[in-house]
Design a protein around this ligand. Sequence first.
Ligand SMILES: Nc1nc2c(c(=O)[nH]1)N[C@H]1C(S)=C(S)[C@@H](COP(=O)(O)O)O[C@H]1N2
Ligand SMILES: [Mo]
Length: 238
Amino acid sequence: MAKDGRGAPVGRRVMLGVLGLGVLGAATGSYVQNSYDNLLAQISSRDPTGVTGLLPGGGGFRFYSVSESIPHRSDQDYKLTVDGLVDRPGSYSLADLHAMPSTRLVRDVQCVTGWRVPHYAWTGVKLSDLLDKAGVQPGAKALRFTCFDGVYTESLTLDQARRPDMLAAYRMDDKPVTAAHGGPVRLYAAPMYFYKSAKWLSGITVTDHVEPGYWEHYGYDVDAWVGKSNGRDDDPTS
Ligand SMILES: Nc1nc2c(c(=O)[nH]1)N[C@H]1C(S)=C(S)[C@@H](COP(=O)(O)O)O[C@H]1N2
Ligand SMILES: [Mo]
């Protein structure tokens, strides 16, 4: 796992992320359960999601990273590990993922802070296919996602992960996922706010409980269904 950058000065990166929170800094480390409206008010006054900015030519996407730079991994060096409560832990190269059945989804990308990119195509491997290959053991309840930025994490319940619209995505708009957008492979959790879609995906660990992800420690809903957690957005799947 150290090869995924976890030997790097993670503490400093995490601090940079926390400093980026601004007014939310006061909530550091605590689990803010019932202040979602408050959180959204703070978000609209100051976008807290770390280093952000409009990407030139990004087609309406904003760039988000809680680490201080864009981590790079070549297509040749890329590996996705699948481990934890599985019969066959493994490691998949980009070529391995390309060789598996692919799914292309066209959906609206929706960030919880309000911006949206309508009708955008993502292609990749269904998480359920990776889970079937790995052989999920009894007692498994959730997935934990780790990233080769060494900082970001996300989670899904096993039931959520088995949905057909949950992908390990390697193409966006029918082209390779760029490094800025989390390439070579990022999570694409289509029915959820975009913070679920962990960029620079490096590991999937099957666990017996949901371990909330990076932003979820600062109050974001652990179940990030679009339209259900901030009560304001339409559900693009309905
Ligand atoms: N590794 C990593 N993944 C991440 C983030 C991040 O900071 N680091 N930010 C999340 C958030 S809040 C959003 S809105 C999207 C932004 O993706 P984009 O930069 O491709 O627009 O990535 C999500 N995945
Ligand atoms: Mo976001």
